[in-house]
Every structure is written in C-alpha cells, then in structure tokens.
Design a binder for this molecule. Structure first.
Ligand SMILES: Nc1ncnc2c1ncn2[C@@H]1O[C@H](COP(=O)(O)OP(=O)(O)OP(=O)(O)O)[C@@H](O)[C@H]1O
Ligand SMILES: [Mg+2]
Length: 239
C-alpha cells in the first residue's frame, strides 16, 4: 500500500533527521512506530504527509511516487490523512466547524453525510457539535482530530501519538476508536506511540526507530516479547 525506501529528509540543508528510512505498510494494516524522543518519528510522518520534501529516497503510495507532492495535494488527491502530535484541532472552532475544515475539499452534501456518519460512529462528537473544541476533554479532542482527518475518507492515516496525555481508560477508548476505523473503513494506519505495550496490542506490525533509521521491525506480538524491546520501551514488563 505504502512503500518508503531509503528516505532522507531534514529541516535545514546541513542536517539530515531521516537518514535512510525504509518501511512499508499493507492495505488495512495497523503499524506502530516506536523510538526515543527526537529519533525522527514525527519528522517521518510530516515527510509522508508532505510538510517536508525528502532529499533522497521515495514514498510510493499504491505504486505511485508521491514523495514530492505538497500537503494539500496529498490530502485532496492521494488519500492521506494526518493527525499531528500537537495542535491537532482548531480550539476556537466548534466540533462541527472542525469537521467542516476536514471536509473542505468535499462537495457540501457529501461532507454533511460524512459528518453524520462519523457522529454516529463517535456519539460524543454528535452530542457536542456546537461546543468549542477548546471545551473538550483530552480524549474527546483526540477523537475529534481523528474524525476530522477521516472526513475525506483517507486510505492512509498518519497518527502522531494519539494517546499522549490520556488516562489509561481514555487511552483504551481512543485505541478502540482506531481499531473501529480500521474495521469500518479498511484504512491503513501508521501510528507513532509512546504507550508501546497498548499500541502493540492493537497493531499488526511495528518498527523501532533509532537516530533517523529503522533499528528493528517485526510482528507486534513478537516485538512485545522481544527482551530488547521490553527493556527499552516496555519497562521490562512481561507481555
Ligand atoms: N520544525 C523543526 N525545525 C528544526 N528541527 C526540528 C523541527 N522539528 C523537529 N526537529 C528536530 O528533528 C529531530 C527529530 O524530531 P522529531 O520531532 O521527529 O522527533 P520524535 O521522534 O517525534 O520525538 P518525540 O518522541 O519527542 O515526539 C529533533 O532533533 C528535533 O529537534
Ligand atoms: Mg514526535
């Protein structure tokens, strides 16, 4: 579905943050990206989404090279949805307006139908349609950010730490929403997470990144039981 080959990218001409990143995801897979702070996880998602232009390497989406397409093109034509790590909702806008922003490129009728559908999948949004996003709880905000990205029916969803700052119970609700998305929409999900164990539980495969490259990859179940991964990312806990 998506094949990323030897991707090199950075914010300035002198410094490479991604130093030859190679990974792939199949149709409707959930993939978790793990790794220490600053290793380039968000930079990878931003490069796939089109905010950064890679210096080398390629990003093939369903066989088509999209590596140099700008972000608006990727949202509108390539079927990529992105939920950034911070500032992922428009706080001053209502829930309805946030969803409308997500449906900006859609025909009005279709956007309205899609909004109704998402509000029935995530009833909390339907109940709070007129509330400002600033008034939502952390978990509700993450659901809104997810639904906003889902408005134009993306084929690939990039989620940057969807469970950051959430209590264990709300974290599970957000992950449940992600699993529902995959089941209902057959969308491929690339998700950066710090809550490694919980993320691996809902994932098919995972990549462990280190200093701008892939250090380790495997089936989520295998990585959960890998002593090195347990030690580094799971606090040594048993799976
Ligand atoms: N907008 C930016 N301009 C310049 N450098 C940046 C920018 N954003 C990130 N960086 C640098 O790129 C490197 C990788 O950052 P990135 O945000 O991709 O890390 P991360 O793996 O997502 O970390 P975290 O787990 O803390 O979110 C860091 O050294 C960071 O300082
Ligand atoms: Mg990050």
């Amino acid at each position: 579905m998506i094949v990323i080959d030897k991707l090199v990218a950075g914010y300035s001409a002198e410094v490479d943050i991604l130093k030859g990143m190679t990974l792939c995801a199949e149709h409707a897979e959930i993939i978790t990206l793990l790794g220490p702070n600053g290793c380039g996880k968000s930079t990878l998602l931003k490069t796939i989404a089109g905010f950064l232009r890679p210096r080398q390497g390629s990003i093939l989406l369903q066989g088509k090279d999209v590596s140099t397409l700008p972000v608006h093109h990727k949202i509108r034509h390539s079927g990529i949805g992105f939920v950034p790590q911070t500032e992922n909702v428009f706080a001053a806008l209502s829930v309805r307006e946030n969803l409308q922003v997500g449906g900006h490129y859609m025909a009005r009728q279709e956007a309205r139908r899609r909004m109704e559908q998402l509000c029935s999948t995530y009833p909390v949004l339907g109940r709070k349609l007129n509330a400002p996003a600033a008034s939502l709880s952390g978990g509700e905000r993450q659901i809104l950010a997810l639904a906003r990205a889902l408005m134009p029916r993306p084929r690939l969803l990039l989620l940057d730490e969807p469970s950051a700052g959430l209590s264990p119970k709300v974290l599970l609700e957000v992950f449940e929403a992600i699993v529902t998305v995959r089941e209902q929409e057959q969308v491929t999900i690339l998700m950066v997470e710090q809550n490694a164990m919980e993320a691996l539980r809902i994932s098919d495969r995972a990549y462990v990144l280190s200093m701008g490259a892939v250090a380790l990859t495997g089936r989520a179940g295998e990585l959960m039981n890998d002593p090195q991964v347990r030690e580094l990312y799971l606090g040594g806990r048993a799976a």
